[in-house]
Design a protein around this ligand. Structure first.
Ligand code: IPM
Ligand code: MG
Length: 370
């Protein structure tokens, strides 16, 4: 099969380029062994772009992202840019990409792989076999709501303002993605908000509820307040199948859920936009972990989340489920063989660095599907 899909690669800062390098080797493997070709372009984003171009992302890069079939993103940010003005911080790169590509549905799986059941800080009995999908809204809510800003009051003190806003349309479109996923998985969806204190949360609950009744009567829908959800995720995480929630709660709950699995270094994510009339759906894939400036450059970063993000890209953007499965299986096998980067190190395991982990994934891919 010869398909030349346009792939935009944005490694970013910190460990971003290091883990992206390993994902790039897997892309190379797909070309050599499975005849899956990509037209790849690579651009600077985040602090790396600030250093060279003065801005966290250039308009040309946004245009390239809009023209690409999929974007593979690393991570942005770091102490070097901590003092940068708010509107020009490295994080603006990912926020602009989400916003300008209309990437409203962020899919964040939290899966406990068998070989890693001991890496969790929770008891194995609580997390064994865990498989949750958090669907987080990513272009609305308090991240983008107006008014926002810091203003100076007449007495000279200041006031910081952000606004939580959700419309029926925004709630329905992200809820639809979640209902569809629930349908293909365990058939259960839990919608999360703070309808006890926020009007935007009350509307959220009403809209999701009405949509469920009208279009997804086969999916078992429940509602939960966000604080309770945080507690339930730690108490009994396996009660969840798919969770749908707004931007800020999704940010918090997905970090929490990811730690159930033992390491942020393990988890990929996909952020999807609207399916266009041309059959294309804008999409960006990134690991959940950040740029980890504390270990950047030491060769110790775990590349598996970036590699798993590539697997998600193959699955969701190109329907290459077979190859995505191969990559996922290769990662599990490598872990089962006892190799561990420091973030998931366990007793009796072999500690390895980024590139050795990448080597092992490629070797396993050769065995499985070369
Ligand atoms: C995430 C990150 C981002 C967010 C930051 C980098 C802006 O924490 O993707 O979860 O808050 O959305
Ligand atoms: Mg976050």
């Amino acid at each position: 099969m010869a398909s030349n899909k346009k792939l935009l690669v944005l490694p970013g800062d910190g460990i971003g380029p290091e883990v992206m390098h390993e994902a790039g080797r897997v892309v190379g493997w797909l070309g050599r062994k499975r005849a899956i070709g990509f037209d790849i372009s690579e651009e600077l984003v985040g602090g790396a772009s600030i250093d060279v171009h003065g801005v966290p992302i250039r308009d040309e890069v946004i245009a390239r992202a809009l023209a690409a079939d999929a974007v593979l993103f690393g991570a942005v940010g770091g102490p070097k840019w901590a003092e940068t003005a708010f509107a020009n911080r490295p994080e603006v790169a990912i926020l602009r990409l989400r916003r300008e590509l209309g990437l409203f549905a962020n899919l964040r799986p939290a899966i406990v792989l068998d070989p890693l059941v001991d890496a969790s800080t929770l008891k194995p009995d609580i997390v064994r076999g865990l498989d949750i999908m958090i669907v987080r809204e990513t272009v609305g809510g308090v991240y983008f709501g107006e008014p926002r800003g810091i203003e100076t009051l007449p007495d000279g003190s200041q006031r910081g303002v952000n606004t939580e806003v959700y419309t029926t349309f925004e709630i329905e479109r992200v809820a639809r993605v979640a209902f569809e996923l629930a349908r293909k998985r365990g058939g259960r969806l839990c919608s999360v908000e703070k309808s006890n204190v926020m009007e935007s949360g009350l509307l959220w609950r009403q809209v999701v509820s009405a949509l469920g009744k009208a279009e997804y009567p086969d999916v078992t829908l429940s509602h939960m307040l966000a604080d309770n959800c945080a507690m339930q995720l730690v108490r009994n995480p396996r009660q969840f199948d798919v969770i749908v929630t707004g931007n800020l709660f999704g940010d918090l709950l997905s970090d929490l859920a990811s730690m159930l699995t033992g390491s942020l270094g393990m988890l990929p994510s996909a952020t999807l936009g609207t399916l266009g009339e041309d059959g294309r759906r804008p999409a960006l894939y990134e690991p959940i972990h950040g740029s980890a400036p504390d270990i950047a450059g030491t060769g110790q970063a775990n590349p598996l989340a970036q590699i798993a993000s590539l697997a998600m890209l193959l699955r969701y953007s190109f329907g290459l489920d077979e190859e995505a499965d191969l990559i996922d299986r290769a990662c599990v096998n490598v872990l089962a063989s006892g190799l561990r980067t420091p973030d998931i190190m366990g007793t009796g395991k072999a500690k390895v660095g980024t590139s050795t982990m990448g080597d092992a994934v490629l070797r396993e891919l050769d065995k499985l599907g070369g």
